[in-house]
Design a protein around this ligand. Structure first.
Ligand SMILES: N[C@@H](CCC(=O)N[C@@H](CS)C(=O)NCC(=O)O)C(=O)O
Length: 206
């Protein structure tokens, strides 16, 4: 059975959420988050960070790669527009944008305000990345003000990837009513039973 190494409040939530959406049987391997943020890659998983999965002979980290792997292996066409369809390109864009671009200001903010205890020394950087986060949220706002999901009118893996990023942004106070459609979009995502199950797992292990 597919094993997901899971720590609360981490990107493991994305994978649990996806597995629940697809109703794939899996085993959670609970791992406590190591808060020694200065080291990096100091988590007690084989890759040194979260999320991490094992599925038969396959061992994989990087949440985007894991989402793609699970959809290829078990999706049967669910949660992604078919290759060659009109929505496929925007699906790929948002799938990768969530980690490749949108996570950057979130990561910096978490690093400076959650992992360290000297945020006041880094206020200029915190303000600068807030500006870059707003620019990113403007892009999301443009799309979700016009359509239900990032790659069209149906949930895809890209919404799960970006959903966790937006959820983190909301918790950090970066996503606010200045982006009302995005706030509403996030509400809609987080009220899905599959997300609620992933969040319940996070709370259970916290
Ligand atoms: N781009 C990676 C980021 C992985 C990542 O930074 N994971 C965090 C938790 S959400 C972590 O394990 N941080 C601790 C560390 O890297 O030491 C992904 O999407 O999986």
């Amino acid at each position: 059975m597919l094993k997901l190494y899971f720590a609360p409040l981490t990107r493991s939530i994305r994978i649990k959420w996806l597995l629940e959406e697809l109703e794939i049987a899996h085993e959670i391997v609970p791992v406590a988050f190591n808060r020694d943020g200065d080291k990096g890659f100091a988590q007690h998983t084989p890759a040194g960070n979260f999320p991490y999965i094992e599925d038969g002979d396959v061992a994989l980290s990087e949440s985007g790669a894991i989402v793609q792997y699970i959809l290829e292996q078990y999706g049967n066409g669910r949660l992604e527009p078919p290759v060659g369809s009109l929505n496929r390109a925007s699906y790929l864009h948002w799938l990768h944008f969530s980690e490749g671009t949108a996570a950057q200001p979130i990561n910096t903010t978490v690093w400076l305000t959650v992992y360290r205890d000297d945020a006041e020394k880094h206020q200029a950087i915190i303000n600068a990345v807030r500006g870059s986060a707003n620019h990113i949220l403007d892009k999301v706002e443009q799309v979700v003000s016009k359509q239900a999901f990032l790659a069209g009118d149906q949930l895809t893996g890209a919404d799960i990837m970006m959903g966790f990023t937006l959820w983190s942004a909301k918790m950090l106070g970066i996503l606010s009513d200045a982006h009302p459609y995005t706030v509403q979009f996030l509400k809609q995502l987080t009220s899905r039973p599959a997300f609620e199950k992933a969040l319940a797992e996070s709370r259970r292990l916290q």
